[in-house]
Design a protein around this ligand. Structure first.
Ligand SMILES: CC(C)(COP(=O)(O)OP(=O)(O)OC[C@H]1O[C@@H](n2cnc3c(N)ncnc32)[C@H](O)[C@@H]1OP(=O)(O)O)[C@@H](O)C(=O)NCCC(=O)NCCS
Length: 275
């Protein structure tokens, strides 16, 4: 069967097939979620008789790139296709550092490709408890974009300006200021089964929780998701807000170095695919 497989660059024409693959894998992505990712990425599809049977995307943020949306049709797994789509998607991108969030299925492949675990990603979701509107949080506007991108860079070491512009178009960004300076930002947007809060970048857990509480109170959806990390330390608080832990993944890295502790930290991911 694998000898009938061809590879092509990922384009909008593959969105429908890619969506079917991710749904078959039990992932909640909507067509719009694939669209956001593919707009920011270059990708590869594996095709069997014109049908999408494998996908992999590479999203570059300056010196850091994310490998993501690596999926192989369930009937064709274990034959080297995952390795092929992933290495082809990564081949066109030259960066010193790669990152990804691994599922259990993906771990063996990523370890073979030289990725090492750096921490745990924790997925929390559910119907949040009602929030009292926290003070000191404002909606961001376009003039804040540069400051938000700078804050994000401090916390992630990645140049995510283009992502942040997209998030502002597709969602809503909230900020916390101190003495005229931004000390935190967070995004609320539609994703999967409901709304998602992330990224959340802040100077402290208290500021992060204030931002998340504010966005929960503004969400029009009854279902909300936050992807945090074990290192961020806010998982128990998220659980207390009605967002139960439902699994997660392993954060992995290839190349680069462990960044020195920054005054601002990442408390929630933009998405497991985006870090
Ligand atoms: C992860 C996934 C893409 C792997 O695709 P695949 O086509 O089965 O992977 P491959 O056949 O290319 O296997 C890659 C390597 O991992 C190894 N491997 C795969 N599963 C393994 C396992 N359970 N234990 C040990 N090694 C394993 C293979 O032997 C292979 O090594 P080799 O290239 O040196 O022979 C596929 O399982 C999948 O789509 N899973 C659901 C979606 C998902 O979780 N994606 C990962 C997102 S992070």
């Amino acid at each position: 069967m694998t000898d009938t497989i061809t590879f092509d660059a990922f384009t909008a024409a593959h969105l429908h097939g890619a969506l079917r693959l991710s749904q078959d894998a039990g992932w909640p992505h909507r067509r719009e979620d694939w669209q956001l990712l593919s707009r920011l990425s270059r990708g590869v599809v594996a095709l069997a008789a014109g049908k999408v049977v494998g996908t992999a995307l590479a999203t570059t943020f300056g010196d850091v790139a994310m490998a993501n949306m690596i999926i192989v049709d369930v009937g064709l797994r274990g034959r080297g296709l995952g390795r092929q789509v992933m290495t082809q998607a990564m081949a066109g991108v030259t960066v010193p550092e790669w990152r990804l969030t691994a599922t259990e299925d993906g771990l063996p492949l990523y370890e073979k490709l030289g990725f090492v675990a750096t921490g745990r990603v924790l997925q929390h979701q559910g119907v949040p408890v009602a929030q009292t509107l926290p003070g000191g949080v404002d909606w961001a506007d376009a003039v804040d974009l540069e400051g938000i991108a700078a804050l994000d860079r401090q916390a992630t070491g990645a140049e995510r300006g283009a992502l942040i512009v997209r998030l502002m178009i597709e969602g809503k960004l909230a900020v916390v200021r101190k003495g005229g300076n931004l000390v935190g930002y967070a995004c609320l947007r539609r994703f999967g089964r409901g709304d998602l809060v992330g990224p959340v970048i802040a100077e402290s857990a208290e500021t992060a929780q204030r931002l998340i509480g504010f966005l929960i109170s503004q969400s029009q959806s009854s279902f909300l998701r936050v992807d945090t990390t074990e290192a961020a330390g806010i998982a128990p608080w998220l659980t207390a807000q009605g967002l139960a832990p439902v699994g997660g993944g392993v954060a992995m890295q290839r190349g680069g170095s462990i960044p020195p502790a920054a005054p601002v930290r990442c408390f929630a991911l933009a998405a497991q695919a985006l870090g």
